[in-house]
Write a protein that binds this ligand. Structure first.
Ligand code: PLP
Length: 336
């Protein structure tokens, strides 16, 4: 099977497995796991933030990010197809008691001019006040799209002038870095918190990171514990993260080239593909997503349905260029 459902399906590399087997560990809830500490320090250094926290998942990272920057009854501005809105079990309402204020965008990329009209002050006594803005970079349901760095900076600057916080859902931050050529540190410099996943394009079996200033991360550590995310000898998992940070970013350009290649072969302008995600519509085939995916599966290709008649393909380092050619040809045959 050529598995293009998500970049979460990768298996740990031999180097990761070796590092995991040999990891020095301790009880991380007591702050005694040296490998977790090393990973957290390394991530803070790469991102140019004071501190970072190792977490079991990206959903937990976003949940904590929102909790840190909001109070019950406040609003979170996000794109209308944001992961935090559609794919995280309404955690912003469940854990933080907040409302999402979704803003329509074409490909998930918010501009300050989209955000400004929906920002509500804390003082009027009628609308729920705005507390934070979520930037999803790259944007998953937008098709792996990128915010231009100046737009990220503008959103952060304008938000801060109004006393609002900015959280970056950078689940695929390193794909953004590889595609944009900006450093990770510059990309996140003005955000108040940033989450990225080790378990996506970077290929780890488990784990995400949340980063920000030291006081905020100390508070984040308490929310992680409340959510049941206090892990004990987690160095076994963090060890894979350290390997991933060193070795995986260099594969991401190939994943992006493979995504462009597939797009081109199925009739999408490859210039629309910025990272490792290709989303296309199958309405013209007259098939339901289940039927389309079933036929694709019988040709040895797994893809995902992402709502309506939209299908998503995600490249990663467990699919080769040849796999992508093969998969794209199978899709093209169903589309025509
Ligand atoms: C943009 C984005 N944010 C957050 C997440 C959540 O990550 P996790 O599956 O580790 O909870 C995902 C997962 O696909 C994602 O694509």
């Amino acid at each position: 099977m050529i598995d293009l459902r998500s970049d979460t399906v990768t298996k740990p590399t031999a180097a990761m497995r070796r590092a995991m087997a040999e990891a020095e560990v301790g009880d991380d809830v007591y702050g005694e796991d040296p490998t977790v500490r090393k990973l957290e320090e390394r991530v803070a250094e790469i991102l140019g933030k004071q501190a970072s926290l190792f977490l079991p998942s990206g959903t937990m990272g976003n949940t904590i990010g929102i909790k840190l920057h909001t109070r019950h009854g406040e609003e979170v501005v996000c794109d209308h197809r944001a992961h935090i809105l559609d794919w995280e079990m309404s955690m912003m309402a469940w854990f933080s008691g907040c409302l999402a204020r979704p803003v329509p965008t074409e490909h998930g990329v918010l501009r300050w001019s989209d955000i400004e009209p929906v920002v509500r002050p804390r003082t009027t006594g009628f609308p729920a006040p705005t507390a934070m803005i979520n930037i999803e970079h790259p944007h998953n349901m937008g098709g792996g799209t990128l915010f231009p760095i100046e737009k990220i900076e503008e959103i952060c600057d304008r938000a801060h002038e109004r006393g609002l916080k900015v959280h970056m859902d950078g689940a695929r931050l390193f794909n953004a870095v590889a595609a944009s050529g900006e450093t990770a540190a510059r990309t996140v410099a003005k955000t108040d918190s940033v989450m990225f996943c080790l378990s996506k394009g970077l290929g780890c079996p488990v784990g995400s990171m949340l980063a920000g200033d030291a006081a905020t991360m100390a508070e984040a550590r308490l929310y992680r514990k409340r959510l049941g995310g206090g892990m004990r000898q987690a160095g076994i998992l963090a060890a894979a993260g350290l390997v991933a940070l060193q070795t995986s970013p260099r594969h991401l350009q190939d994943d992006h080239a493979n995504a462009k290649l597939m797009a081109e072969r199925i009739g999408i302008d490859p210039r629309e593909i910025q990272t490792n995600i290709v989303i296309f519509d199958i309405a013209s085939t007259g098939l339901s997503p289940a039927a389309f995916l079933g036929r694709l599966k019988s040709s040895g290709v797994l893809a995902g349905s992402v709502g309506g008649t939209r299908i998503r393909l995600v490249t990663h380092f467990d699919v080769s260029r040849e796999d992508c050619v093969c998969a794209a040809d199978a899709i093209a045959a169903l589309l025509c």
